[in-house]
Ligand binder design. Structure first.
Ligand code: MCN
Length: 856
């Protein structure tokens, strides 16, 4: 378990990454310039669903600076070639570089270089998570060939000497489309006779995934109370601050290719690209330079990454493609997109007996890397922090003619947490109990060893009572209820709402065996290598790939504490498969509980080896040595000592090592933990709802979270702040909206409402510490916790404020229009009988000057 005391771990070490990032010294993909580099732009479908009857690229080819133009058909045999032993030699890159550097408008594509037959059409997909054996997987060419299935799908690509010329030439490509009926609504899509997204699959259902634990029928038969609700998880657009981008170039030194990409997953990208594009894995190097956020959207392998690479192979020159913001809205995955039917059975005392969940999950037009698996990550989390016996879950993955969906911060778990935390409030309403009381009655008792939960997995540790009781104190719940009562009585047009969320989530995505059992295609371990150089300076090589999470700082703290060196003496190297050939990258709040822990163990292995050398240097027995603050000393003779730096120097010189000890201090460790980690917390959102305008203002936000011991409190605060902001955004502001033809009508930041600082409250956050038994540091992840915990707290608060009107739900985003409309509907529905008058105020309103129907 956690080894204390620590000098840096747990302290607010300033982020080492920030000085460069905030002074414009970042190295983003779009900053990369390589001699002879050409620029690609992509023509995208204006139709959600259409047959392509012809593509004429001839006029575009004639445009100034244009080097090549390809329609989908012309690239069809680039995918799944057999591995080429020395691809750069085949392209003749080293010979043609000079010519291309001069402007290169005369580059002609080289002929197909492999001669091997392409594999079966149906295998052409980026999908890495086949959630069921019989999942239906559509063919997904990076550039559409005969059919387009969402507005924004690539149809042709232009390569030119600069970005602007490439962009201008797009207008000269003539495409004839034969429009087909788009499939847009999830429920309609699964009706008999619905038009099909992919005719060849014969259905819009990609898969049905089910989980049944315990006697669900019995639970519902024995219930005093059942509550059934439907919630809609609107589609969200991730909007990382840096859009996607990629540069691929033949590497004359290695004879292979290098791909730079604004990605969260250089290692996975390398593996998938090598297979998809036909490269021996050791002939591809993938580098993730500085990456300006991802929020899950860059946990993917995209058409444009494959396209840039094969264009570079085909043309034999470096190729850059950088997404613009409009493309980002259309062509980078979306998140959420679910219809959730949830039902609980309970006793009159509010004790839950069972839960049924049925989902329709929008896959969009194609299956991206993890798309089908996202709702399955949530499948285990609908029971939340509550103990009961019977659980039944079923999810149908549905194709629609919309942008594909995949992981977006929280990925499946915000959806689950929302549904369970909303239905707990519904149960409270039904049983006449306070929402706090229902939660208390159903919590698992505190536990610090693995414990079975209703969905059949084991939680690692938890103390839900502690976080809830503390957040109640922090928010002064009683005083808030008192204020609410007073405002209701006074008929205040600003009604107070208090919303709870007591969430847990599954993160630290790891155990390889469990991921495999869920049919996920990737391993879940993580690698770290810690090496002390001859000078005593330290390098940490990690397989994680940060894009805003501060791993350089956190891993430095962990290594510095273990080695007893200064935090500034540690360099952290990441995001380059040539430096860290092994890694499973960053997502699922896994980096600390898997990758950070690997750093901790590898650094301790360095100390174990250093101890042997130090004992030899001090002519003492190993067991007599003490190690503190970077110095080995002989117990009882503190003057006999040697620093870790001196040991590193001796290990490097290797002229006086103990028998059997190899030179240098360099140790690596692959950590594959026995379980996920399950952080948890209790949040209270306090809103003021303007009953005249429907405007919701978050007045206060309180959170008590538990992610085990904290490595860097400043980073954890930042993760929670950003995470809660994204949850609030889902609850109140953001939604990807399509019109009836399948056009994305929220295709820019003007229409898609991303909250800024003025919309967000000041957070009051505290933490409790319940260590996880799944790793030697006891840590749990925190990168998604805020996004998972916050949406139900906000909506519960909004509904709480509106409860005097008989309003029991408002769909997300709870925009002023929806809230106002809900108030109007409630009055129309029950005019005169509800405890609210038509002015939009509760019945107790005393302001007699208000006119009938006087709302605006
Ligand atoms: N940390 C800590 N102590 C803990 C837990 C975490 O000090 N007990 C620190 C870690 O050391 C690390 C950071 O918090 O520096 C996040 O660690 P972790 O929870 O392991 O999450 P990951 O690093 O794996 O990050 C992934 C997670 C996910 S899944 C999304 S989505 C997300 C997020 O992190 N996207 C982000 N945070 C983001 N932050 C930024 N700025 N940009 C994104 O795109």
């Amino acid at each position: 378990m956690t080894e204390a005391p620590q000098k840096f771990v747990g302290g607010g070490v300033p982020r080492k990454e920030d000085p460069a990032l905030v002074t414009g010294q970042g190295n983003w993909t779009d900053n990369i310039k390589i001699p002879g580099m050409l620029h690609a732009t992509i023509l995208r479908s204006p139709y959600a669903h259409a047959r392509i009857t012809s593509v004429d690229t001839s006029a575009a080819r004639e445009q100034p600076g244009v080097v090549a133009v390809f329609a989908g058909e012309e690239l069809a045999d680039e995918w799944f070639k057999n591995p080429i032993a020395n691809p750069a030699a085949v392209t003749g890159y080293s010979l043609s570089l000079d010519k291309r550097a001069q402007g290169g408008a005369d580059v002609t594509p080289t002929a197909d270089q492999t001669g091997e037959e392409p594999v079966d059409e149906e295998h052409k997909t980026f999908l890495g998570w086949h959630v069921t054996e019989d999942i239906k997987v559509p063919h997904h060419p990076p550039v559409a060939i005969d059919e387009v299935n969402y507005a924004g799908e690539p149809v042709a690509v232009v390569v030119a000497t600069d970005r602007y010329k490439a962009q201008d030439a797009l207008e000269f490509i003539e495409v004839d489309y034969e429009p087909l009926e788009p499939v847009l609504d999830l429920e309609a899509a699964v009706q008999e006779g619905a038009p099909l997204v992919h005719e060849s699959l014969g259905t819009n259902e990609s898969y049905v995934w089910e989980l049944d634990v315990g006697e669900i029928e019995e639970a519902f038969n024995n219930a005093d109370v059942t509550v059934k609700e439907r919630y809609i998880q609107q589609r969200l657009i991730p909007n990382a601050i840096e859009t996607r981008g990629t540069v691929a170039h033949p590497d004359p030194v290695s004879g292979g290719f290098t791909v730079y990409s604004s990605t969260q997953i250089p290692h996975i990208l390398k593996a998938v690209l090598s297979e998809y594009c036909g490269f021996a894995e050791n002939k591809l190097r993938v580098v993730a330079p500085d990456v300006g956020g991802g929020f899950g959207s860059k946990l993917n392998v995209y058409a444009e990454e494959a396209l840039t690479l094969v264009l570079s192979r085909k043309l034999g020159v470096p190729i850059k493609w950088v997404e613009d913001r409009s493309e980002n809205y259309l062509a980078t995955i979306h998140g959420r997109g679910q219809v959730q039917d949830i039902e609980v059975a309970a006793t009159n005392e509010g004790k839950i007996l069972g839960m049924r969940v049925k989902l329709l999950a929008d896959m969009g037009a194609y299956l991206q890397l993890n798309g089908p698996g996202i709702p399955i990550l949530g499948a285990f989390m609908y029971p939340g922090v509550y103990e009961f016996d019977a659980y039944s879950f079923s999810c149908t993955g549905v194709f629609t003619n919309k942008t594909p969906t995949d992981a977006y911060r929280g990925a499946g778990r915000p959806e689950a947490a929302f549904a369970v935390e909303r239905i707990i409030d519904a149960l409270a309403r039904e049983t006449g109990l306070d929402p706090v009381e229902v939660r208390r009655r159903n919590f698992h008792e505190p536990f610090d060893e693995p414990k079975d939960q209703p969905a059949g997995i084991q939680y690692d540790s938890g103390n839900y009572q502690q976080t809830l009781e503390r957040v109640i104190e922090l928010a002064d719940y009683e005083a808030l209820r008192e204020e609410q009562r007073r405002r209701r009585e006074e008929g205040d047009t600003l009604q107070l709402g208090i919303g709870f969320s007591t969430y847990t989530e599954i993160c630290g995505l790891a155990p390889s065996q469990v991921l495999a059992a869920l049919r996920n295609g990737g391993a879940g371990w993580e690698m770290a290598k810690v090496q002390m150089l001859a000078s005593g300076k330290v390098e940490v090589i990690t397989g994680t790939s940060p894009h805003g999470q501060g791993h350089v700082t956190s891993w430095s703290q962990i290594a510095a504490d273990a080695l007893g060196v200064d935090v500034d003496d540690v360099e952290v190297l990441h995001g380059d498969t040539a430096i860290a050939p092994y890694g499973r990258d960053t997502y699922g709040s896994r980096s600390l509980p898997v990758g950070g822990v690997a750093v901790h163990v590898a650094a301790n292995r360095v100390i174990d080896k250093a101890r042997k050398i130090a004992a030899h240097m001090l002519e003492a027995a190993e067991g007599d040595l003490e190690f503190e603050d970077g110095r080995f000393s002989v117990a009882g003779s503190p003057d006999q000592n040697v620093t870790i730096q001196e040991v590193a120097g001796a290990a490097f010189l290797a002229d006086n090592l103990p028998e059997g000890v190899e030179p240098v201090l360099s140790e690596e460790y692959f950590f594959d933990p026995p379980n996920f980690t399950f952080p948890f917390g209790a949040h209270i959102c306090v809103v003021e709802v303007d009953t005249e305008t429907g405007f919701v203002k978050i007045r206060d936000y309180f959170g008590v979270d538990d992610c085990g011991p904290v490595v860097n409190p400043t980073i954890v605060d930042g993760q929670l702040h950003g995470g809660i902001a994204q949850g609030v955004a889902q609850a109140l502001y953001e939604e990807a909206v399509y019109d009836e033809e399948g056009n994305l009508t929220t295709g820019s930041m003007v229409d898609y409402l991303i909250p800024g600082a003025p919309e967000l409250p000041r957070y009051t956050l505290e933490r409790t510490v319940t260590p996880s038994p799944t790793n030697p540091m006891g840590v749990k992840g925190v990168g998604e916790a805020g996004t998972i915990g916050s949406p139900p707290a906000v909506i519960n608060a909004v509904v709480d404020a509106l409860s005097p009107y008989g309003i029991t739900h408002v769909d997300m985003p709870a925009s002023p229009w929806k809230v106002w409309q809900a108030i109007q509907d409630s009055q129309g529905r029950d005019a005169g009988t509800r405890d609210a008058d038509r002015s939009g105020r509760p019945a107790q309103a005393t302001d007699s000057t208000e006119q009938e129907g006087g709302t605006s």
